[in-house]
Design a protein around this ligand. Sequence first.
Ligand code: KIV
Length: 272
Amino acid sequence: MSVAKERPRKVTTHVLSELKMRGEKIAMLTAYDYSLAQIVDKAGVDVILVGDSASNVMAGWETTLPITLDQMIYHGASVVRGVNRSLVVVDMPFGTYQGNSKEALTSAIRIMKETAADAVKLEGGSEVLESVERILSAGIPVMGHLGLTPQSIHKFGTYTVRAKQEEEAKKLIADAHLLEEAGCFGIVLEKIPAGLAGQVAKELKIPIIGIGAGNQVDGQVLVLHDMLGINQEFSPRFLRRYHNLFAEITGAVGNYIDDVKGLDFPNDREQY
Ligand code: KIV
């Protein structure tokens, strides 16, 4: 068998639209480093998001605002080196695309050149449309992000569910259409009512990926550290924990400490 035939089929934006067309849900997770990206890719996830949630889970900041473009590029390049099959999307960090479409394009080009990722994601609708269009004009695939947009947390003042009121819901639907018409290949909808997310997924041809947006969308995304239970402080209703790695790792580290202090490690077979 040729090497080419053994390689898994690389997920592209075209593959994602095929998945939507045939009604197969898209599985997306975040990753920020080489080792975990390798595991997530081998497990078969369709899309890996190098989220600016790295600011929270990797760097310990309270919001996503402090992470820099250089830091996102470091995480993005680390992830790409661990991935064979998944589509890799890198978040454009706060301050690198809002209000200046030329700077947005420069930032997106740096991400694509220096990480070898497949696409970028940015938050917002009509406010960032010019930036979205300019990035797309360079042939860079763009994913949108509407609903709860964490880079605007200081405007919202709270992480509660967005677009519950009619006016905000209408703007979200209009923004989703604008992003699709501009040429985005997909949109993340974060923390909005399930019915509204379902309506957007039905009206749009591009895949709609939800986080806290119910089960009527085309796929789901979670932050890896949250779903693995590494991060214990964050437990919104939408989060399903698949493991308690905090407890597992604490136990393993505790055993190591006991072995070192009890003179059990290293034993005769573990030395030269
Ligand atoms: O940064 C991130 O992890 C995200 C997801 C919450 C969608 O944008």
